[in-house]
Ligand binder design. Sequence first.
Ligand code: HEC
Length: 191
Amino acid sequence: MSSSWLRFLVLFGVGVVVLLGLERVLRSDPGERNYEVFTEMAYSLANETQSPSASLPGGLTQQALVEGVVVRGRLPFRYGPGPEEAARAGRELENPFGDDAHTLGRGAEIYGIFCALCHAGDGGGQGPVVRRGMLPPPSLHAARSLQMADGEMFHLLTMGQGNMASYAAQVSEDDRWRVVRYVRKLQEGSR
Ligand code: HEC
């Protein structure tokens, strides 16, 4: 066999292998394991969040928050449950919202979704749940609610009071302040 013939065979062979390889890469079946070229992309060396760690304190990858950390843009709520803490919140906290159209509109929306079922649309306390047998909540037009400071009502929505559960999980901090403004609007005729 002449050497040029041999060279042709070798090149032809290499060409076939390259083409087959390309075909495999380009038309790969997404259901099949593909070639792993840069395996560090597939098998990251970073620790998984909840995995053990050989080097970090406590042997855990996920470290506890440093004491005193707060969510950006959020003030920590440093009040416990109960009437004394509610009264203290009433003295110390101020409603960051006024009576602009957006605040009252959003407050009305929240009230309609989360409060009216018990307290009724007018705040009188005869909402649909009460008409079906639940003990009526006190009227929001009664002296206690009228005299309650915004911060105390915010505390009540955040921590709950007696038979009323906390709404902190369902209603965001800003929306709790807004719904307090809306309750004030509802109360206007009763002041
Ligand atoms: C499941 C029914 C229910 C829902 C929903 C509800 N409340 Fe109440 N609310 C009550 C009851 C019952 C009380 C009385 C709690 C107690 O002191 O035992 C109460 C008390 C209150 C008081 C204090 C009244 C007073 O005289 O002590 C305010 C203010 C208030 N709710 C506002 C709201 C707002 C605002 C919402 C919506 C975010 C809301 N509530 C949602 C049942 C409800």
